[in-house]
Ligand binder design. Structure first.
Ligand code: OGA
Ligand code: NI
Length: 372
């Protein structure tokens, strides 16, 4: 398999009553979870994956701007160490996530995310695009999770809320540090550069930002070779900061190369380019196509933090990255419009937002705030 469209095999959105099953009660893989095409995937497990695909960078490295710029321009992903987030906080967040997913299935369903609702427990948002189901359950948080947490633990929700809020505070700070580095790697270093790029003096989105914390659980699986944890996708965010613990499962895709596993590095975060950074960089940074596989021995928890602007923010490629006289690769639009295109067309969204690729589409009001 060598192209993105082959990697996706999306069938277009379809509706259905998607609620996660009680995974513990499934001793065999039901047919609805069996992905037949997985067998013919040419999955590469490279000999030195860290060097070849996903560089590990130290945030305090004096050459950080250059290192991050090269990683983003290469595969659109790197792992970051020395990031200032205490290991204790990361572990506490993982413990709370595990506590949530080990609740009885009917208890978790009390906090079910409503269709098109922003937060709560449920399947992956990309689930409606695929015929087969994924071996995954998730929980989405935006700011305080208190309303959903109360439904799960009526008398005992504070430790979950405190930890999730603390983790998001840490992620926000790390996000700002990473964003400055990423912008500098694109040549936006001065206030004047940032202003020309449509950003505020510290590189902030002038209309404000939206973040989401996604807790993922991939239960241990009776037939991991036939199952899919999370199907191939790109993140809509500007970039995503992922903690994948010490159990591997994340794979990245590159045209002409195939799939490669991102090896867990203790204490490091995986940072990947999302659709927005791809657009802002005028295509210089590829948005990372990735998926998750599952395994039989362990259930795997991951924690993803998505960062992007509010839907009314006007988005266009940074002018300093467009050749003089050339047409920018993507058209200018409110971010909510792109989010709506993605919600309807998934992997076709970037080409639909393109100035260069074939047809364009105009989608309605920007009411959708999803960035995951
Ligand atoms: C996601 C994602 C990867 C993982 O939540 O968008 O890609 O390892 N997660 O769980
Ligand atoms: Ni993702």
């Amino acid at each position: 398999m060598s192209s993105l469209s082959e990697a996706h095999r999306a069938t277009g959105p379809h509706s259905g009553n998607f609620t996660p099953p009680d995974f513990r009660s499934l001793q065999e893989l039901p047919d609805s979870y069996s992905w037949p095409q997985l067998d013919d995937n040419s999955s590469v497990d490279v000999i030195d994956p860290q060097a070849a695909f996903v560089p590990v960078v130290d945030l305090a490295d004096p050459n950080i701007v250059d290192l991050v710029g090269r990683a983003c321009q290469g595969y659109g992903v790197f792992q970051v160490t020395n990031h200032g987030i205490q290991m204790g906080l990361i572990k506490d967040t993982e413990i709370e996530a595990r506590r949530l997913f080990s609740l009885p299935a009917d208890q978790k369903l009390k906090a079910l995310r409503p269709p098109d609702g922003p937060t709560g427990y449920g399947l992956a948002r990309i689930a409606p695009f695929f015929d087969k189901l994924m071996w995954h359950e998730g929980f989405t948080i935006k700011g305080s999770p208190i309303e959903d947490a109360r439904k799960l633990w009526p008398d005992n929700y504070t430790s979950f809320c405190d930890v999730m809020e603390e983790y998001q505070k840490g992620m926000k700070e790390l996000c700002m540090r990473l964003k400055r580095v990423i912008l500098a790697s694109l040549g936006l270093t001065t206030e004047e550069d940032l202003k020309l790029g449509g950003l505020g003096p510290s590189g902030e989105f002038t209309e404000g930002c939206i973040t989401a914390l996604q807790l993922n659980n991939y239960p241990s699986c009776p037939s991991p070779k036939q199952a899919m944890g999370l199907a191939a996708h790109t993140d809509t965010s500007m970039f995503t900061i992922l903690y994948q613990g010490d159990i591997s499962g994340l794979q990245i895709f590159k045209d002409g190369v195939g799939w490669a596993t991102v090896p867990p590095v203790p204490g490091a975060f995986v940072v990947n380019v999302g659709d927005l950074l791809h657009i802002l960089s005028n295509g210089r940074f590829p948005t990372l196509v990735h998926r998750v596989f599952v395994n039989q021995a362990h259930s795997r928890i991951s924690i993803a933090y998505f960062y992007g602007p509010t839907p009314n923010t006007q988005i266009k490629p940074f002018p300093n990255l467009v050749e003089p006289g050339a047409v920018p690769r993507y058209r200018s639009m409110p971010w909510g419009e792109y989010i709506n295109i993605k919600a309807k067309h998934l992997d076709k969204a970037l080409s639909l937002a393109s100035n260069i690729d074939q047809k364009q589409t105009q989608e309605g009001d920007c009411v959708n705030e999803e960035i995951a």
